[in-house]
Ligand binder design. Structure first.
Ligand code: ADP
Ligand code: MG
Length: 365
């Protein structure tokens, strides 16, 4: 983001309107000095000033951030450029680059020999022998930028596994490294901080706070990550256009469709640039059209935003969007399947075959 260019652009638009600096300042109910500081590139307008300034000068937010007029046909390209600029600015070049080379490993997630034994101390689960080995000696890795699915019948341990990776639950044994950091035994406060800084979540339901608007739901994630407040609105604006939710930002979650809610959850998950996005049956409550739209969105987040996604699903159609599938049964990973170069249809058929094979194996025992 070029502050000087933005300043010069504000100055040019103001002059085109025939206003002096003090006249513009008066309209915005701020001091002349503030306007002069913007125009010379010494400071950026405050977040609350962006919209009134754009309205007064008759420019779009994208144009303000680009510091120039944008022709209609170039709008998409420019908007992406501006978003990239904002993101880079907010992260800082060092952090952006160091993220790749922080760890020697190309993997975002490394799970080694983890197990989870539930002792039967809750009345919710009727367990005869008093304990359940919900996850049994599981190991796998997830490389940067991949979209990995976990499949398995109900009760096979998918949610437990995801909760362990999410630091919501603690493994009985084993290590889990996210971007090189072992998170398996973080104390609760550190775990909460880790979740805020490094993880994004998309669940089947209860994704959004009902008392906040869609915009506020997304902004909240950024605020919790201490993103400078002047960067928040442009970030949300660009991203929501990309996810086709720009027109519903001021609505409350109960006013929009299930598909739109899930795309908002995607926006909220990706906007903080997490190391990994964890999704538990995200399409579970959607009709097939909305489910496909959500899966396209998740794929886009991987391809265009470099997101790494781990998604639990028992739906073969949803799984066919992934690059790799891990198959769970009785707490263990029984098989894995890569999409390789194949298309979704081929992968769909391969997944079905694998499921049949796993079922067959267990019948033979
Ligand atoms: P999935 O998500 O694949 O349906 P879960 O991870 O929810 O499977 O459950 C795996 C197994 O662990 C099941 O047998 C379930 O009953 C048991 N389980 C899950 N959570 C608990 C818990 N909090 N206490 C005791 N047993 C649990
Ligand atoms: Mg589950």
């Amino acid at each position: 983001m070029n502050q000087i260019k933005i300043g010069a652009f504000i100055s040019e638009c103001r002059k085109a309107k025939g206003w002096t600096q003090s006249q513009l300042a008066e309209k915005l109910e701020i001091t002349d000095k503030a306007v002069s500081k913007w125009e010379t590139g010494r400071s950026m307008p405050d977040l609350s000033m962006f919209m009134p300034l754009c309205t007064l000068l008759g420019v779009s937010l994208n144009e303000l951030f680009a510091g120039e007029r944008i022709a209609e046909e170039k709008l998409k390209e420019k908007a992406d450029e501006v978003l990239m600029d904002v993101i880079t600015n907010w992260l800082g070049h060092d952090k952006w680059e160091s993220k790749e080379c922080d760890t020697e490993s190309p993997n975002v997630l490394e799970v080694e020999n983890i197990s989870k034994l539930y002792e039967n101390d809750s009345t919710e689960y009727e367990i005869e022998n008093n304990s359940v080995l919900a996850v049994n000696d599981v190991s796998f890795q997830i490389p940067h930028g991949s979209f990995v699915g976990i499949m398995g019948a109900s009760g096979s341990g998918k949610t437990t596994l995801l909760n362990l990776i999410a630091t919501i639950d603690k493994p009985t044994n084993g290590t889990i490294r996210i971007s090189g950091q072992n998170i398996a035994d973080l104390p609760e406060e550190a775990a909460a901080e880790f979740r805020r800084r490094h993880l994004g979540f998309i669940f089947q339901e209860y994704n959004l706070l009902e008392t906040l608007t869609i915009y506020e739901n997304i902004a909240l994630a950024l605020t919790m990550k201490e993103v400078p407040k002047e960067s928040i609105r442009p970030m949300i604006q660009s991203l929501s256009e990309k996810l086709d939710i720009a027109t519903i930002l001021d609505k409350f979650p109960y006013e929009v469709s299930g598909g739109q809610r899930q795309r908002c959850a995607c926006a909220r998950a990706i906007v903080v640039n997490p190391d990994i996005i964890l999704a538990d049956e995200p399409t579970g409550a959607l009709d097939s059209h909305a489910a496909r739209q959500l899966l396209d969105t998740l794929t886009m987040l991987c391809r265009e935003y470099g997101a790494t996604i781990l998604m639990v699903t028992h739906d073969v159609m949803a799984a066919s969007y992934c690059d790799r599938i891990l198959f769970m049964k009785d707490g263990e990973i029984k098989a894995a399947l890569n999409r390789e170069q194949g298309d979704k249809q081929t992968f769909f058929a391969d997944i079905l075959k694998k499921i049949e094979w796993i079922e067959g194996e267990s019948r033979c025992i």
